[in-house]
Structure formats: structure tokens, C-alpha cells
Design a protein around this ligand. Sequence first.
Ligand code: G4P
Length: 528
Amino acid sequence: MTFKEEIQRRRTFGIISHPDAGKTTLTEKLLLFGGAIQEAGAVKSNKIKKGATSDFMEIERQRGISVATSVLAFEYDGIKINILDTPGHKDFAEDTFRTLTAVDSVIVVIDVAKGVEEQTEKLVEVCRMRNIPMIVFINKMDREGKDAFDLLDEIEQKLGLKVVPLSFPIGMGYDFKGIYNIWEKNINLFSGDSRRNIEETIKISDLNAPELNKLIGDKAAKTLREEIELVDGIYPEFDKQAYLDGHLQPVFFGSALNNFGVRELLDCFIEIAPKPRPKQSEERLVKPEEDKFTGFVFKIHANMDPNHRDRLAFIKIVSGTFERNKPYLHVRHGKKLKFSSPNAFFAEKKEIVDISYPGDIVGLHDTGNFKIGDTLTEGEAINYKGIPSFSPEHFRYINNADPLKSKQLFKGIDQLMDEGVAQLFTLELNGRKVIGTVGALQYEVIQYRLEHEYGAKCTYENLNVYKACWVDPKNSNTDEYKEFTRVKQRYLAKDKQNQLVFLADSAFSLQMTQQTYPNLKFHFTSEF
Ligand code: G4P
């Protein structure tokens, strides 16, 4: 196969959803269809289950699982599919945001009964801002849920999407009979009561065919005809380019658990989903077809074995081929590195590979060279646009609880921040270190990992911060800027990139500060 063909046949995407909507189940069914696994139950859910154990032990368990499920790759119909795992738990939203920089498209799973949930809203907003092509899968049609049209409306309104259904449910819950596939113009019906198997796929090119009445009964046939007429009237025709540009989102209905509607989704996905897309670097747009390798780190996973502190850095290949034992430039360090055992991912295993293509993910063993957002190239000094940090929600001072281990503590903090576990701010006034996180859970994780992986002990102290705002250095030589840094000194800190950050203690003080210094710009993400 030629290099171009290898690129053409790759689809790298992420599944996003609110926890419990069915992401794990859908992933598993996709792998089953791809023949990558043989039985259901093989893919472990990486979600944090409430109840049985403390949340914290759950995280450790989950960390083990998420190494295995970080990337799940399989082949279907000659297409190489890479699914990138995204944690659904809101405390790990940053991990998901970072993973979204490495996908070429996304499938959004929505629970038919619950509709659009909070976590889905946030994640879809990020995808929308980046014009990532999205397909929506409405799951659990075997349960009573919202009316299909109401739900489509809700998706448009809450998620700001423009939808076009490419399949439509025939009934719902107890009366769920099957799916009318608008895309292929055929019908799939459930068999018997078990609802476990697809009875048959029947081509219905004409919805008015009397045959339909025989298949699903007069009443259901009439309803379906009316509904499809409505669909035709309300929704635009599917336009692949609009989908690829992120302006139109096809919707599928189904039940992942019952394997229903999944094939329709997958068949359409491999036909319409984008192959690896060009990526913007700070210097230029890089196309996958370029012959020189470039890629970037979007995730770092610490080794689960505390005796081996090496980590796995996940690289998305943007252009060219990544080859084993070939020296590549680590742009931030300006030095060449060689990798003797790059891992590629298949279903749930990883294997050493000699060559990988754009769209693929390779896992590189790392002893502390990488941090999230780093670029690797064959020699060109380009930097992929970083992955922005958002203002954390929680802030605490971190204190050294074992003075003999301060070196270990600093090294540990440094590496955990590189992994993206949390953000570090160093106060301008006194050099004290503040850890900012998205969720409260991360503090326990940091404390535990510092102790078990680095032999360091820490304690935390509360700190009242409402939001971290990055201060635009543009006007840094103006009197206003100087006045601001003098007056607000005790609220100022530097992040890991040495950017100045204003730690506002309340919404009110932030507003007042903005009014007092109208020419200064405050940003809520680290990239502006
Ligand atoms: P997540 O990864 O998005 O968090 O969701 P997951 O797939 O783990 O699914 C959450 C729950 O919803 C699971 O039940 C799963 O079996 C169920 N589910 C998924 N798809 C469907 C569907 O199409 N119909 C119905 N009725 N249920 C579905 P659970 O009881 O929480 O877990 P389990 O013990 O069954 O694994």
C-alpha cells in the first residue's frame, strides 16, 4: 500500500458523552463489529464508579484501565480505525480536552431518556469551537425516553448544532421495533422479544410499499411514514462537506447494548468521517501527505509500577511516517531522540511497531523528556499550537511535609504537571506554590503519587481563589500595567510557562480589576 493510501484509510476519532450514556458499550460494539474482540464485556469501563470503594481507589483502578483503553485500534472494511479514549468524569475534563486535539472527528453519545447532559454540553462546545466533525448517536432506544423530534430540537438548542437524522427509530422503549436507515434507505428490525439480534435487513426503497405494513404493522407503518415526511420537511439534506466543516451533524438512533443501530453508524462513519486532517502549527499548516514526520504529545501516562518511573507519551502523527530507531528532533529541547520500542495500539494490546502513519498514535517510553504539547519532527523547528490550559476550579497551597525530601517533591510536582494532572502557579510575592485542579479528586491523586512514586510527602492549605486569569503581556511597558503589577502583587503568580497569572479571589474583585485597568487584557485560557 502506498503512503497516500495508508493515510486515506485512517479514521482517528473520540467518543464523548456524559458518564453512563453508553460510551464504553458503544466502543465495545464497534470493536466487536471490527472483529477486534470476540465477546462483549472485554472493554473495561474506565469510569469512576460511585459507592463500593472510595473515589480515590477508583482512580487508581481507573488509571490501570485507562492505559489499556487509551487507544483502541481495529480494521473494518479495509479502514484502520483508531478510537481515542476520553474520560467522562468531569474532574478529568482536561484530559478529554487534550485528547480532542488529537482526533479528526468525534461521535457524541446521548442517552435518549436523559437528553443533553452537562458534560456533553461542555465537550461539544470545545468540538464546535474547533470545527471538529461530529456524529451524534442517540442511545438506549430500547428504553422509554424523549420523543425523537423533541430530542433533536434539544440537541440543536442546547448544543448549538445543526442536525440531520440519517436514521430514525421505529417506536421506542417497549415498542421499539427497529431502525429506518435514511442514509441507506433500508430497515433493520429486531427479532422476537430478546431484542438481541438483528432479524433481517430489508431494503425499502419506497416507504409507501405495502410490504412495510406487513413488517411492522399498519399503525407503526403509518407513523413512520408521517415521521419521515416530517424529517424531510424539517431537516436539510445531508451535505458531507458541511459535516466535514463542522457545520452539520448527522444523527443516528440505536441501542448499543443490543447491538442495534451500531452497524448503520459504523458503515456511514467509515464513508463520511474525515481521514487525517492538516494541522496548524505556530509556523505553518502541516499536511498529512508531507513526507517528513511531525507529531505532538497529547497525553502522558505514568507507569503503574512505582519501581519504574518511566512514562508513556502518546504522540499523534500529523505528517510523514514515524519509524523505529530513527532520530527525531524534540523541538522544545532542541535535541534529537531515538525510540527503540515505539508502541502501536490494537484493540486492547500494544505492540512494538516499525512504522506508523498519519492519524496513528504511537506510545513512546519516556523518562521525563516530554510534556503535553511537545512537538517532534524530522528536523524542522515547528511547534504545534499548544493545548490551552483553562482556569482551574480549585486552588490549594502545596507544602512540603518532609524537609529531607524537597528535591523529590519538586521533581514529582514537576513531572505530574508535565503529565497534565494539575496546574502549578508560583506566587510572585513569596514563591509559594499553588496547585490548581479541575476537580477536588486530583489533590488526593497528587498526594498519593508523590508519596508512592517519588517518596515525597505533601500537605495542602486552602487558598481562596475564584479564577486564574492569564494577563496579556502586550502592554507590559505601560504605566497601567506597572501599576497593576505593583498594586495586585499578592494576587500574582507565574504558571509553568512563566506567564503572568492573576489569581482573582472573587468575581467582584475580578470585575473591579478589569474596570480599574481597562487597557489590560485578562484571558481565561493560557493561550491567546
Ligand atoms: P459510559 O461508558 O458512557 O459511562 O456508559 P456505559 O457504556 O458504561 O453504559 C452505562 C450503562 O448503560 C450500563 O449499565 C450499560 O449496560 C447501559 N447501556 C448502554 N447502552 C445501553 C442501551 O442501548 N440500552 C440500555 N437499556 N442500556 C444501555 P450499568 O448497569 O451501569 O452497567 P453494567 O453493569 O450493565 O455494565
